[in-house]
Design a protein around this ligand. Sequence first.
Ligand SMILES: Cc1cc2ncn([C@H]3O[C@H](COP(=O)(O)O)[C@@H](O)[C@H]3O)c2cc1C
Ligand SMILES: O=C(O)c1cccnc1
Length: 340
Amino acid sequence: MPTLNPAYSDVIELLTLPPDGDESAVAAVRARDAQLTKPPGSLGALEGLVEFLARWQGRAKPRLDNPMVTIFAANHGVTDQGVSTFPRQVTAQMVANFTNGGAAISQICALHELNLRVFELALELPTGDITKAAALDDKMCAATIAYGMEAIAGKPDLICLGEMGIGNTTVAAAIYAALYGGTGADWVGRGTGVDDAGLARKADSVDRALAFHAGELDHPLAILARVGGREIAAMLGALIAARHQKVPVIVDGFVATSAAAIAHAINPASIDHCLFAHVSAESGHARALQAMGQKGLLDLGMRLGEGSGAALAAVLAKTALHLHNNMATFESASVSGKEA
Ligand SMILES: Cc1cc2ncn([C@H]3O[C@H](COP(=O)(O)O)[C@@H](O)[C@H]3O)c2cc1C
Ligand SMILES: O=C(O)c1cccnc1
């Protein structure tokens, strides 16, 4: 890879040799699962969720005592190009709504006992408009990744990565186009609900951003700084720190996945501890997941962001773990096992 700003050397190091998953913990989970009063494999993906928790927590008996939904919030200069149906102030207003309990994610978390933490990233200071400037300089980008690493310090046993930032479906599309090729039209979707003219403005903004930064997009972290955003950098940091602290990660939709795409482009194995919660209705998400060799767990036609899809996947993980821990075994319930 080309020379990269030295500000990123720690990030590169942490992404280069991430710790492996714990296969003995997975074996222990499988051994217990085989004793539970159900036909083998009958809980399908729920069984895989328990294995996922065991592998990346490094625990034969995985726990979900402190599952955490994180929302990283930031503002984007590219909103000057008319790429969202909502004004930039909505980012801060929704942050207040998250804390006051009025947002969809607040209610999902309240109902299912998930901790919700919101991280505001200089909302009063939108990034540069990517059609004519870098979103962030490299130092700021590296510092924001570092901030994201700190954000998960409260010893969660699972984190869901979510975001809030008016305009951020445009910058996520720009990241995918820069990583995987294609034009803006291949990657943009309707976001908060833009009409056809808005969709065309989004595609054109991505194309102009790629043209403006041409020659500077030769490393995934340069792409993040040039055409990304603060919340995406912070989600990348959280994802990286989680791996090193044995915290499994559930990634939300189109925007959150762009942070994982940056890590994946540097080292595909660096996102092995990430589960992709769902396929967002934002067109482009399915394509991005495919480019990363990933599948979404759920397909609910959701296109909200704010970690909502990830939180619902966490609810399934909680259910799966509860079954794993509390179902009877063939022996304890005196149920006859499989015939040879
Ligand atoms: C009230 C409201 C609540 C939201 N919660 C998440 N988003 C989502 O929409 C935004 C991205 O879409 P775009 O690129 O079209 O601006 C992000 O903030 C995202 O999380 C919301 C958007 C709005 C308006
Ligand atoms: O899937 C997402 O992340 C998404 C879709 C639309 C708007 N905001 C976020």
